[in-house]
Every structure is written in structure tokens, then in C-alpha cells.
Design a protein around this ligand. Structure first.
Ligand SMILES: Nc1ncnc2c1ncn2[C@@H]1O[C@H](COP(=O)(O)OP(=O)(O)O)[C@@H](O)[C@H]1O
Ligand SMILES: [Mg+2]
Length: 205
């Protein structure tokens, strides 16, 4: 696919700081005059936000394979409706979560296998790949110390063992992706922001 924009993805487990850093980056780039689309998965379009409500509803029990297809359905809609048009228009697209989440959560933590998630990710995205994926890596126990008291969604209610597998899955997926960078999510937000800006600056020419 021919496109001129820049596609940046924030990955990491729940509460790793994706929304915080995505917002900071979007604001900084907008301040410098760039056209920026800040979006998220699952969601980012009306259809995909509907799928997100199903996926994150703690009262539902969803079969792992059905869960995988719901994420990919949301991603297919998001890719066609928002990501590709914005990139074709030359915008900087910043997404909280993309294909690496599916590798970590469904491929590794749910045990469906990276072969399966890689294949379905490719189909759902029509082969669209991020120019830069920033993985905010945090130790599993960090989850319990941040945002205490907030209502947890369906995935966040999974136990520590699941979160450990998610972390391992992420590190494995990042290692296999030459355009992925792992950052220590325990660094203070402003220190992370400067590292991220330096990484992004190398991609903007
Ligand atoms: N670098 C950081 N160090 C410590 N706490 C952080 C950091 N970044 C974000 N937080 C806090 O952690 C919580 C989750 O951050 P958030 O950006 O919403 O994460 P995510 O979008 O990955 O779930 C928030 O309370 C936020 O203020
Ligand atoms: Mg968030």
C-alpha cells in the first residue's frame, strides 16, 4: 500500500502508561504543526467501539478464539475506516494498541499461538505495519500499585499469572519486530516522553 504518513503504536499491558504517553506525544506533535490522528484499539470507529464494549464487558465469558476474532474484527474496521485514510492523507497516526497486543494476549497468554495471530493480524490489517512500535514494559506487580480503586474491565480481571504471560508475550513479539522498541515503563512520564520524542524524531524527515 502506498502511503506517506507515519504510523506509531503504543503497546504494553494495562496501566503501563500508553494513554499518558500517546496523549503527550500527540499534543507535542500537534504543537509543532503536524496533522495527528490519536486513536486506540479495540475501538477507534463506531463499529469497533461497539466491539470494544463486548470485549471489555466483565459480565461476559468469551471463548478465546471468539475473542481473537472480535479483536481482529475491530482491527479490520479501524484499519480500513481510519488508519489507511489518515496515513494516505499524510497524517501522523498514533494508536494505543495494535497487532502486538493480539500476539501477547491471544497468541501467548491465551495460548492460541503466534502463528495464528500473525496470520490473522496480516489479514485484518491488509498488511499495514507500524513504522514504530513502542512497548512500555512494566513488572507485573506494577499493575496493583497504579490507579487503585478504578473499576476493572474483563481483561484487567485476569490474574497475575495471565499478566506474566502477557509480559513475556510482549517481549517475545518485540524481539521479533525490527521496528519495535522496548522502554522501561517505570521511568517517570517526562523521562519516557523525551525518549519517545527522540525515537519519533528519527522517523520524521
Ligand atoms: N511512567 C509512569 N510512572 C508511574 N505511573 C504512571 C506512568 N505513566 C502513567 N502512570 C499512571 O499509571 C496509570 C495508568 O496510566 P495509563 O496511561 O492510563 O496507562 P494505559 O493506557 O497503558 O492503561 C495512571 O494512573 C497514570 O497516571
Ligand atoms: Mg489506556
Amino acid at each position: 500500500m502506498k502511503r506517506s504518513g507515519l504510523f506509531i503504536v503504543f503497546e504494553g499491558p494495562d496501566k503501563s502508561g500508553k494513554s499518558t504517553q500517546a496523549r503527550l506525544l500527540a499534543d507535542t506533535l500537534k504543537g509543532r504543526g503536524h496533522a495527528v490522528l490519536h486513536t486506540r484499539e479495540p475501538g477507534g470507529t463506531s463499529v469497533a467501539e461497539g466491539v470494544r464494549r463486548v470485549l471489555l464487558d466483565p459480565s461476559l465469558t468469551i471463548d478465546p478464539l471468539a475473542e481473537l476474532f472480535l479483536y481482529e474484527a475491530s482491527r479490520a474496521q479501524h484499519t480500513q475506516e481510519k488508519l489507511i485514510p489518515a496515513l494516505k492523507a499524510g497524517m501522523i497516526v498514533i494508536s494505543e494498541r495494535f497487532t502486538m497486543s493480539t500476539d501477547a494476549y491471544q497468541g501467548v497468554a491465551r495460548g492460541l499461538g503466534l502463528k495464528t495471530t500473525t496470520a490473522l493480524n496480516r489479514i485484518a490489517t491488509s498488511g499495514l505495519k507500524p513504522d514504530l512500535t513502542i512497548l512500555l514494559d512494566i513488572p507485573v506487580n506494577e499493575f496493583d500499585t497504579r490507579d487503585q480503586g478504578r473499576e476493572l474491565d474483563r481483561l484487567e480481571r485476569e490474574n497475575g499469572e495471565f499478566r506474566l504471560k502477557v509480559r513475556k508475550g510482549y517481549l517475545k513479539a518485540a524481539k521479533a519486530d525490527s521496528r519495535a522498541v522496548v522502554l522501561d515503563g517505570k521511568l517517570p512520564p517526562d523521562a519516557l516522553q523525551s525518549k519517545i520524542l527522540a525515537l519519533v524524531a528519527k522517523k520524521i524527515r
